[in-house]
Design a protein around this ligand. Structure first.
Ligand SMILES: NC(=O)c1ccc[n+]([C@@H]2O[C@H](COP(=O)([O-])OP(=O)(O)OC[C@H]3O[C@@H](n4cnc5c(N)ncnc54)[C@H](OP(=O)(O)O)[C@@H]3O)[C@@H](O)[C@H]2O)c1
Length: 134
């Protein structure tokens, strides 16, 4: 019997990705996914500076409540359902446990679309730096 060894090559890209991502960030994710490049997204909550504003968004809270989850868990789930791997940073064991507990619920298509539009709102908490342009 012959042994067949399959060699796989892996490609990864790491970039900021969250519900407030501007179109050009989403375009990079689309490009990567169309070319078999796995995207890892950091700043799912916008990092320490923006997380309070991000996690206190009322509409996000309502979606979270309907699933019995926290706003943070919904944002993680949103990225995962987009096929983006997440690496939330936390120093809290409770938050670590919460961040792992995101595989027992699913956001509907409508909820995903609602979250996708967070960046378009006038009160968008995360905007790309001006020097990046549109
Ligand atoms: N490759 C790169 O260029 C790059 C750039 C930036 C960041 N990163 C990496 O990406 C990872 C994530 O970035 P980040 O930590 O700056 O941003 P983040 O994950 O968006 O936000 C982290 C903040 O959210 C809080 N948090 C985490 N889990 C939470 C939860 N379940 N509920 C409520 N709050 C929660 C944390 O506070 P607590 O400690 O209180 O939970 C912390 O202040 C880090 O490992 C970082 O090193 C990589």
């Amino acid at each position: 019997m012959s042994n067949i060894v399959l060699l796989h090559s892996f490609c990864f890209s790491t970039q900021q990705f969250n519900a407030w991502s501007p179109p050009w960030e989403k375009d990079i994710v689309t490009y990567c996914q169309e070319n078999n490049i796995q995207v890892t997204g950091y700043y799912t909550y916008g990092g320490a500076q923006s997380k309070d504003q991000a996690l206190s968004k009322e509409l996000l809270g309502k979606i979270a409540e309907s699933h019995g989850k926290s706003s943070a868990q919904v944002l993680l789930r949103h990225s995962l359902q987009k096929g983006v791997a997440v690496i939330p940073g936390t120093a809290s064991p409770n938050h670590m446990a919460d961040n792992l507990n995101v595989f027992d619920f699913e956001l509907s298509e409508q909820e995903m679309e609602t979250i996708d539009k967070f960046g378009e709102a006038d009160d968008a908490v995360m905007k790309p730096p001006e020097w990046l342009g549109d």
